[in-house]
Design a binder for this molecule. Sequence first.
Ligand code: ADP
Ligand code: MG
Length: 339
Amino acid sequence: MSDIIQLLPDHVANQIAAGEVVQRPASVVKELLENAVDAGATQINLVVKDAGKSLIQVVDDGLGMSMTDTRLAFERHATSKIKSAEDLFNLHTKGFRGEALASIAAVAQVQVKSKTEKADVGTSLQIEASRVKEQQACVTPKGTSIAVKNLFYNIPARRNFLKSDAVEQRHIIDEFQRVALAHPKVGFSYVHNSSELFHLKSANFRQRIVGILGAKTNEKLVPVEEQTDYIHLKGFIIKPEFAKKTRGEQFFFVNNRFIKSSYLHHAVNAAYEGLMRDKSIPSYFLYIDVDPKTVDINIHPTKTEIKFEDEHSIYAVMRSAIKHSLGQFQIAPALDFDR
Ligand code: ADP
Ligand code: MG
């Protein structure tokens, strides 16, 4: 027996961990969409009610889960994506921490239905505040549907802390767009309070950008591509005259994961030097592929900040590739290498 120290019960530990992973409805959207992508889904449908405060549901046609795995998926540190610490440096999935579902289920009412290809029947599971209410066999198509209801219903302080529907909705749209831009081959739909906000068919990068930002964007895009020993950079930047005064269309993806980097943002800006009207910010959609061994993703729970082994060479490649594309476009605007 210890004197005063005791191990926290699981549901308490989960609730504490949830504070890091689940900040708002948009965090749930991100985690569920990424799980669907990791499951190899070709079509992912997002349904949201009341800016995610009453419902966030993601339905995918991916691998699905067995009856046991459906239950196990909600345990903390339960993951099918890594087996050892070494795997952290050879990641090919969005997830690996095995925390998202446990955290979400600690602070909401969750209903799951899932079925694998080879199973005859599916399984349905209800879990609330980390407690399993019911699990039974059910009829459901191959894939997984997870509905997260009444987020923070058991933590009034967190629930009251949520912002207006308009603000929470904006955050959800941001997360949705990031995942959809990172995975153009996957079809996505997004319905909010019964109106369809996005309907995105399987596409290439250019089509996906246009699908999200609207048809007018197409003529504004300039392709960028560069391959070195260390990185493969591809994507699009915006013609200088279309740069906006406000932020919001700046996207870096590293190995198909959206990341934020003020350092690389600076590299893009530097490439536009002399071409921009005062204080405008270029829009960009830049996909960086590097050997997974050369990045550390595990420095923050939401994984939007990462650490490169050689940040400086990415900066240099990016700046010169963008400069080159902008130069080419000014000489021969019609030139395009669509993918
Ligand atoms: P992580 O994604 O870090 O592994 P999660 O808590 O998000 O952790 O998910 C736990 C596990 O549940 C995953 O590793 C995966 O095996 C399974 N899982 C979650 N969502 C899905 C899904 N949509 N389809 C199939 N399996 C899933
Ligand atoms: Mg996950």
